[in-house]
Design a protein around this ligand. Structure first.
Ligand code: UT7
Length: 314
């Protein structure tokens, strides 16, 4: 049974915040941010662009790209750590907005590990026969949970959404294998913290996350290749979670994958958590870098820690 991606859509908010803009908010500068992270700018949501709005916009593009009607969808999963309310879920609100008759719809919150988690979940439901066409969404309005006075974190993140349609006999890419994992023992390194009576904000041990991310994403690519009967040399394009250019380059180097085979667009969007791989796949396709016939490896890691990797045959 071949299960995979039949449609892909992304949405990035209209407002762009550059590193120079941030240097007016906190004690930082473009040289520090770019040399440490590879980030030049990020999109920041405003006005109506909340998590649901971005999820809906990306979903509409994915549905159109898959050449299906919203009513063909029979399952919705949304990965987000920034939904406005605990309930109803973003997935349920998307179902309502797209006028899809009653179907299962729920959210999950694996943070930056979200892409592998939604893919693994959707694939399992299709494989088991519980679903035929799954709308998988990742939507993150991280600007809501960032401490804009903390230069250690506020320069890193951006807002965006992405969506894919997962089904049998896919028209775009087959999921050869997706693996997921995690370990709460790393929880302290990247967490939400409540200070006084203010809403909780992101706090991070940057170097702790940095070192673990390189080691674990390297392991994940090796494991997903081994379980799919592929070698590292078979990989045509490495599309890692877009957290930081230095992390991605280090993962590629450890794997022996040349940097030309590693796709990065973190310069444009910053770290958009669960959305980042979808933004990268969409841009790589648009730029003609991601082509039919390519074997693509997508390792991810996020708060929890959650981690995973997908091997996609385009
Ligand atoms: O999805 C996973 C999410 N997390 C990540 O992607 C983060 C992973 N970690 C990282 O990307 C890196 O650890 C950072 C980019 C966050 C930091 O890079 P670094 O190489 O660990 O920084 P560094 O050790 O070279 O510099 C740290 C210094 C500190 O100053 P002192 O204490 O040495 O005087 C910071 O206060 O840099 C200072 N600093 C800044 N300076 C200017 C921290 N943030 C900034 C800033 N601008 N924005």
């Amino acid at each position: 049974m071949s299960i995979g991606i039949s449609g892909l859509g992304i949405y990035a908010p209209k407002k762009i915040v550059t590193n120079d803009d941030l240097s007016k908010l906190v004690d930082t500068n473009d040289e520090w941010i770019y040399s440490r992270t590879g980030i030049r700018q990020r999109h920041v949501a405003e006005g109506e662009e909340d998590t649901l709005y971005m999820a809906l916009e990306a979903s509409k593009v994915a549905i159109q790209d898959a050449n299906i009607n919203p009513q063909d969808i029979d399952f919705i999963i949304c990965s987000t750590v920034t939904r406005e309310y605990a309930f109803p879920s973003v997935a349920a609100l998307v179902q309502k907005a797209l006028e899809i008759p009653s179907i299962p719809a729920f959210d999950m919150g694996p943070a930056c590990g979200g892409f592998a988690y939604v893919l693994a979940t959707a694939e399992s439901y299709v494989k088991s026969g519980l679903a035929k066409k799954v709308l998988c969404i990742c939507s993150e309005k991280l600007s809501d949970i960032i401490d804009w006075t903390d230069r250690n974190t506020c320069v890193l993140f951006g807002d965006a959404a992405g969506a894919v349609i997962i089904e049998e006999n896919p028209s775009q890419a087959t999921i050869l294998k997706t693996i997921i994992g995690g370990d709460g023992a790393y929880g302290e390194l990247l967490r939400m913290e409540k200070i006084g009576d203010k809403p909780p904000v992101v706090r991070m041990d940057g170097m702790g996350v940095f070192k673990s991310a390189i080691r674990i994403m390297d392991e994940q690519v090796r494991e997903v290749c081994a379980s799919a009967g592929k070698t590292i040399e078979d990989i045509d394009l490495l599309v890692p979670h877009q957290a930081n250019a230095r992390i991605m380059s280090a993962v590629a180097e450890r794997l022996g994958i040349p940097v030309e085979k590693t796709y990065m667009n973190v310069a444009h969007y910053g770290n958009t958590s669960s959305v980042s791989v979808l933004l990268a796949l969409a841009d790589a396709k648009k730029e003609g870098i991601l082509k039919e016939g390519m074997l693509v490896a997508c390792p991810v890691l996020g708060a929890g820690f959650t981690w995973g990797a997908s091997l996609l045959q385009y």
